[in-house]
Design a protein around this ligand. Structure first.
Ligand code: ZN
Length: 181
């Protein structure tokens, strides 16, 4: 069981350090990425996680392949079991991500955080964004996102700069019914 640190932990307020490129494929980083995925998978509603959320101040985040599952997004007719029966899309690992090409077009969307349970609120974010990053094999790639994925890019990138969504959100509220026990 990998612990997901909560908002009172100061590691979430640090500016995370870059991963030296030559270390990306080393066992230490591989273990951190695998711990992040384990932690993310342990949360029924988890869509992404940043390394500081497991107490590691490095510039890494992982987006769950779940977000490409339409049933999961709609939040209906799909239990965790169903999700795994389908060919689940691969989780995407972003190392030393650089957020660029953020659209001027912005939208207020509901948001929560695995480290700020059980608070939700609405955050205004760009509807499209592009991230340059290294993958878990040390290969550089570019990923475009729109809608939920663009929103996730901005939320996770904020984690690497010590920012929590509650710093920016409007209408914060507690949602005990969807909080993890
Ligand atoms: Zn978060």
């Amino acid at each position: 069981m990998i612990e997901i640190v909560q908002s009172e932990n100061s590691v979430l307020r640090e500016i995370a350090k870059e991963v030296p490129i030559t270390e990306i494929t080393k066992p230490k980083i591989k273990k951190i990425i695998s711990d992040m995925i384990t932690a993310l998978d342990s949360q029924d509603d988890g869509v992404a996680i940043a390394a500081p959320q497991i107490g590691v101040s490095l510039r890494i985040f992982v987006v769950s392949g779940r977000i490409f599952d339409e049933d999961f997004i709609r939040g209906q007719g799909s239990t965790e079991g169903d999700l795994y029966l389908k060919a689940r899309q691969k989780d995407i690992v972003f190392i030393n991500p650089i957020l660029k090409k953020i659209s001027k077009d912005k939208k207020l969307m509901s948001e929560g955080c695995l480290s700020v349970r059980p608070i939700y609120g609405k955050v205004r974010r760009a509807t499209r964004a592009t991230v340059d990053a290294y993958d878990e094999n040390g290969k550089k790639f570019t990923k475009n996102g729109s809608g939920l994925l663009a929103h996730i890019f901005q939320h996770e990138n904020d984690h690497l700069d010590g920012i929590l969504f509650t710093d920016k959100a409007k209408n914060l509220y507690e949602a005990p019914e969807i909080a993890n026990k």
